[in-house]
Design a protein around this ligand. Structure first.
Ligand code: NAD
Ligand code: IPM
Ligand code: MN
Length: 356
């Protein structure tokens, strides 16, 4: 297995080495062989070299079996020196788009022993999988300014929605439900206002669902969805949604599952024609970077998703079980969970459970 490793910036540099530690232990235990290639890209690299992600590297990345990604993003010092959004779009979004990772799979599950800000919610009440369309919508970068810096300035940011793009995301959500015996797929959009783009989503959803008898379906407007995720998260099983709404509701999902340090994701190209990329949902967290107490659980759960994708289901299961066991014990909680544990302490605890 050829795995590209891109820690990026901030806490990405702290959680990825722990992820590699767990990967190494899993390889030994489950008898698979992998080899890694390191990529240095991110805000810090850009500040030094004025390079974001060269096309030659993108080509190499595509040819790997998977990419393990940390997070990119500037700290406040860099923000003034880097054009707004340059790093995020020219590195992270470029990989998602160019490698056609059209699914962003974001499981949202509250593990036993993890504090949630929601009252009267038990582990088991929050167990949903959000399928975020990952290559179109408001993220496509189509738009521009007219009459910039004049009183007549016009800014367009165009939401691009294609039949092919929405249909493949919706179909993936139903296939996922079928494969993992999930009972319901909910479309989350805003059909009452976005009467063209989200009408297309709705029509595609109505048509695709006919192929999946036995799986219940529902539709929620995104505003109502954010309310239900807080008031009755149990109603959600599989959600399929647009790129922008998926971005927003998965941070909400992260919050109710214990915080950004708990939320894993896979940017998946199901055709396997180019590498898929696995990463914690969180960013570079400049507010806590360098302190040694970022929560690495989201990274471990992302490593497990990666191994599952690469056909190492037993290793994936073992990492998931180890994470669940580790977070059930408060002494392993990092500060975001209300504890005092450090990043590498949590990494050691998970690694030693995986090692058996
Ligand atoms: P963030 O996810 O970096 O941080 C949000 C909050 O969550 C902060 O309070 C942070 O301390 C906390 N947090 C995040 N990860 C944590 C972890 N592992 N353990 C404990 N606490 C954690 O989001 P932000 O502050 O909006 O963005 C910071 C930078 O990261 C920005 O430049 C943004 O564009 C970028 N970003 C990158 C990615 C990515 O690379 N995938 C994702 C989101 C944001
Ligand atoms: C995420 C992040 C990215 C996104 C940013 C950094 C471009 O917030 O992975 O959720 O908006 O998709
Ligand atoms: Mn996000």
């Amino acid at each position: 297995m050829k795995i590209a490793v891109m820690p990026g910036d901030g806490v990405g540099k702290e959680v990825i080495p722990e992820g590699l530690k767990v990967l190494q232990v899993a390889a030994k235990k489950f008898g698979f062989v992998y080899h890694t290639t390191d990529y240095p890209f991110g805000a810090e690299y850009y500040l030094e070299k004025k390079i974001t992600l060269p096309d030659s590297s993108l080509k190499e990345l595509a040819a790997h079996d998977a990419i393990l990604f940390g997070a990119v993003g500037a700290d406040p010092r860099g923000n003034a020196l880097i054009p707004q959004g340059l790093i995020e779009t020219e590195i992270l979004l470029k990989m998602r788009f160019e490698l056609d990772q059209y699914i962003n799979l974001r499981p949202t599950k509250l593990l036993p022993g993890v504090p949630t800000p929601l009252a009267n919610v038990q582990a088991g009440d929050i167990d949903m999988v959000i399928v975020r369309e990952n290559t179109e919508g408001l993220y496509c970068g189509n738009g521009g300014f007219l009459y910039k810096d004049t009183p007549h300035e016009v800014a367009n940011q165009i939401e691009v929605t294609t039949r092919r793009g929405v249909e493949r995301a919706i179909r993936y959500a139903f296939e996922y439900a079928r494969k993992f015996n999930r009972k319901k797929v909910t479309l989350v959009a805003k059909t009452n206002v976005l009467r063209f783009a989200h009408n297309l989503w709705m029509r595609a959803f109505e048509e695709v669902k006919k192929d999946y008898a036995g799986i219940a379906t529902d539709y929620h407007h995104v505003d109502a969805c954010t309310m239900y995720m807080v008031t009755k998260p149990k109603i959600y099983d599989v959600i399929v949604t647009t790129n922008m709404f998926g971005d927003i509701i998965t941070d909400l999902g992260a919050a109710i599952q214990g915080g950004m340090g708990m939320a894993a994701s896979g940017n998946i190209n199901p055709t396997r024609e180019a590498a898929s990329m696995f990463e914690p949902v969180h960013g570079s967290a400049p507010d806590i970077a360098g302190k040694g107490y970022a929560n690495p659980i989201a990274t471990f759960l992302s490593v497990a998703m990666m191994l599952d994708f690469l056909g190492q289901a037993e290793a994936a299961k073992s990492i998931n079980a180890a994470c669940a066991k580790v977070v059930a014990d408060r002494k392993n909680h990092t500060r975001d969970l209300g504890g005092t544990a450090g990043t590498s302490q949590v990494g050691d605890a998970v690694a030693s459970l995986v090692a058996g």
